[in-house]
Design a protein around this ligand. Structure first.
Ligand SMILES: [Mn+2]
Length: 323
């Protein structure tokens, strides 16, 4: 159990923690901000999961600013890093050894090298048999990360929670955060027939074979029905989970580049994520948090919460494997 009786005498778990397991409470308003106060390290020998940030937003077609997303999500996560998971009561970090790997460093002056830099970053982590939970960045970052995951795990099912399909067709591949899942499907990195896109509320003439659960369907049928659908679509395939924060309604997540009205509530999103227990999730990310458009850090807090839910799912998977 987390020690919630007081403040860790050492403080600054981000660099003082002796283990990747356990929770020591420290004030949310001070100290070095790692994700959920996990230890910053690139030594992944004892890690089950590496959190890393990809502060890249040059694939954005509209408002930029998600390069500041990883920092904002880490800072907001300090608000969550004192208690077990709600409502399960599971102490995620008693089960799951989680390191904060820091951010990918790349040269913004060499834009065409960045996709490969992201892929190689992911490969370095996956080669240590550590799972990834990534903080974006714009949604393009998921594409090179998916490539690295597919190389390790084979073709994947994609569970994409998003306002946008991100499958807009183009002849020649560009670095664009609205087209990469078209290419990922075409290249066989993901299997659209066993993939689900949830919360979509922008028009695209083509589905490219993806199973689409539009936002109005979520509102009409409820999040439990969405979970049933996702489980039917994905089955027992290995899945990658990508959460675009713009899946949430702009009332709850204004801090994003391409907001669309009519979106999910945090309750719906949390119910859907918690319902994914039992699906074989091999990697996950939270993308498109853009702090410059945020209000009172609510978008960053939502992003941090969704990322924590991903760790919760991975902790359940680990418990199940060990049982
Ligand atoms: Mn989107």
């Amino acid at each position: 159990m987390a020690d919630i009786s007081g403040i860790n005498s050492e403080g600054d778990n981000a660099f003082m923690a002796k283990s990747l397991l356990g929770t020591d409470v420290e004030p949310m308003y001070s100290g070095a901000n790692s994700f959920m106060r996990r230890k910053y390290t690139r030594d992944l020998r004892d890690a089950d999961v590496a959190i890393s940030g990809i502060p890249y937003d040059c694939a954005t077609t509209g408002r930029s600013g998600t390069r500041l997303g990883p920092q904002a999500v880490r800072k907001a996560s300090a608000n969550l890093a004192w208690a077990p998971h709600f409502p399960s009561g599971l102490d995620v970090f008693e089960t799951l050894a989680v390191a904060d790997y820091g951010d990918l460093v790349f040269d913004p002056g060499e834009p065409m090298t960045i996709p490969d830099a992201i892929e190689s970053h992911a490969k370095t982590i996956l080669d240590t048999n550590t799972a990834m939970v990534t903080l974006g960045g714009d949604h393009f970052v998921t594409y090179p990360i998916l490539k690295a995951h597919a190389e390790k795990h084979g073709q994947l099912a994609l569970i994409q929670i998003d306002a946008h399909s991100d499958t807009w067709e183009e002849d020649q591949q560009r670095i664009d955060h609205g087209t990469m899942f078209y290419h990922a499907a075409k290249q066989g990195i993901i299997d659209p027939a066993s993939s689900a896109q949830v919360g979509i509320r922008t028009h695209n003439d083509k589905t490219h074979g993806f199973n689409i659960i539009h936002a109005p369907w979520v509102h009409e049928k409820g999040p439990e029905a969405v979970v049933t659908e996702i489980k039917r679509i994905v089955g027992d395939r290995k899945a990658y989970l990508t959460f675009d924060i713009d899946s949430l309604d702009p009332a709850f997540a204004p801090g994003t580049g391409t907001p669309v009205t009519g979106g999910l509530t945090p309750h719906q999103a949390l119910t859907i994520l918690r319902g994914l227990e039992g699906i074989n999730i091999v990697g996950a990310d939270v993308v498109e948090v853009s702090p410059a458009y945020d209000v009172s850090d609510i978008t960053a807090l939502a992003g941090a919460t969704m990322a924590f839910e991903m760790l919760y799912l991975m902790a359940l998977q680990k418990k199940k494997k060990e049982a």
